[in-house]
Ligand binder design. Structure first.
Ligand SMILES: C[S@@+](CC[C@H](N)C(=O)[O-])C[C@H]1O[C@@H](n2cnc3c(N)ncnc32)[C@H](O)[C@@H]1O
Ligand code: SF4
Length: 295
C-alpha cells in the first residue's frame, strides 16, 4: 500500500501567527502522548503505508519531534514528509540533528518572498529572517522540499508566486513541486474573510501559475475545489476535479450550488460556492457558466 497517512504531533501554541490559519479558531484537539504517536507510526508501517505526513499546529515544536522522525526512519517508511512553517529549521543544531536521521521531505509554509508581506501574514516581526535562513539550511542539507502556498488576497497573483519561486531557487533550493491552497474561510474555524480573494481573479491567476510551472517542470498540486468552484479555474477544471470528492463532501454544509450549476458539465465534481464567499462578495460574479462547461 502506498498511502500517505497523517500523523498529528502534539498541538501547542505556534511560533508564528498566520492570518489565514484555520487552527487558531478550532477547538484544541485532544493531545496524543508520545507513546500514542509512536504507536500510530508503527500502525502505519504494519498496514503497509509507505508515506507518512507529520503535521500539527507546528510539529517542530513538539519536544518529541526528533524521536518520531527517528522511529519512522528506523521502520524504513519510504517517505517521511513534515508539514511545517520551517522557522525552527533556522537553528543549525536542530536541522543538523534531523539531517543525521536521514532524508526527510519538508512541505514548507512559504506564503511570500517579500519580507513585508511575509511578516504581515505571520504577524510576527523579524520572522522573515528566520524563514530565509531555514530555506538556506534546507538547501545546505539537501533536504527534499515542497513549497506550500496558502493563497490569500495578499499573495495570490501570478507575479507573486513567480517571484516566490525565483526567490526559493536563489536560496539554493531545488523547486520542483508546489502546492496551492486558496484560503478556506469558515470551515471548521478557518481564516478571516478579509483575506479572501475574489474567485474569478483567483481562478485566472491560478491558471497562469499552472502554465508557468508546467514550463518550468514544476509539479503543482492543490485543493481549490475546497474553496473555489471549478468554473473559476477555467482551463484547469479537470485538473482540480481530481481532488478527492469525499473530502469536500464532508463539508457540504458550508457550500451551496447556484441554479446555473445544474447546467454545468462538471457539477458532480465541484463543491459549489462557499456560503461565506457569497455573503462577502454578493452579488456573486457567477451568473454564467463558461461555454466549455455547458451541458
Ligand atoms: C495548519 S498548518 C500546520 C503545519 C504548519 N504549522 C504549517 O504552517 O505548515 C498547514 C498548512 O495549512 C494551510 N492553511 C492553514 N490555514 C488555512 C486556511 N484557512 N486556508 C487554506 N490553507 C490554510 C497553510 O498552507 C499551512 O501551511
Ligand atoms: S505556522 Fe502553521 S500552525 Fe502556525 S499559525 Fe501558521 S499555519 Fe497556523
Amino acid at each position: 500500500m502506498s498511502k500517505l497517512d497523517l500523523i498529528k504531533t502534539d498541538y501547542g501554541p505556534c511560533n508564528i501567527n498566520c492570518v489565514f490559519c484555520r487552527l487558531h479558531k478550532s477547538p484544541p484537539p485532544s493531545r496524543s502522548s508520545k507513546q500514542e504517536i509512536l504507536s500510530q507510526i508503527r500502525a502505519c508501517k504494519d498496514a503497509g503505508v509507505e508515506h507518512i505526513r507529520i503535521t500539527s499546529g507546528e510539529p517542530t515544536l513538539d519536544p518529541n519531534f526528533l524521536d518520531y522522525i527517528r522511529f519512522a526512519k528506523e521502520l524504513k517508511i519510504t517517505t517521511v514528509l513534515v508539514e511545517t512553517n520551517g522557522i525552527k529549521l533556522a537553528e543549525d543544531e536542530f536541522i543538523e540533528k534531523i539531517a543525521k536521521l536521514g532524508q526527510v521531505t519538508f512541505l514548507i509554509n512559504t506564503p511570500s518572498h517579500k519580507k513585508e508581506i511575509y511578516e504581515k501574514i505571520t504577524q510576527t516581526p523579524g520572522s522573515f529572517e528566520n524563514h530565509k535562513k531555514s530555506l538556506e539550511n534546507l538547501a545546505k542539507h539537501n533536504f527534499k522540499f515542497i513549497a506550500n502556498i496558502a493563497l490569500i488576497n495578499l499573495n495570490y497573483k501570478f507575479e507573486d508566486v513567480k517571484g516566490l519561486i525565483e526567490f526559493l531557487k536563489e536560496t539554493g533550493l531545488e523547486v520542483n513541486h508546489i502546492t496551492l491552497r486558496p484560503l478556506r474561510v469558515n470551515l471548521k474555524g478557518s481564516g478571516e474573510d478579509i483575506y479572501l480573494a475574489e474567485y474569478a481573479a483567483l481562478g485566472r491567476e491560478i491558471g497562469k501559475i499552472i502554465k508557468y510551472c508546467k514550463n518550468q517542470n514544476i509539479l503543482v498540486q492543490g485543493m481549490p475545489a475546497f474553496s473555489i468552484p471549478l468554473c473559476a479555474c477555467q482551463g484547469f477544471e479537470k485538473f482540480f476535479a481530481e481532488d478527492p470528492k469525499d473530502k469536500w463532501e464532508q463539508m457540504n454544509q458550508f457550500f451551496f450550488k447556484l441554479n446555473i450549476c445544474k447546467k454545468c458539465k462538471i457539477e458532480k465534481y465541484c463543491p459549489g460556492v462557499l456560503k461565506f464567499y457569497n455573503k462577502k462578495f454578493r452579488p456573486t460574479p457567477y451568473t454564467e457558466i463558461p461555454e466549455t462547461l455547458k451541458v
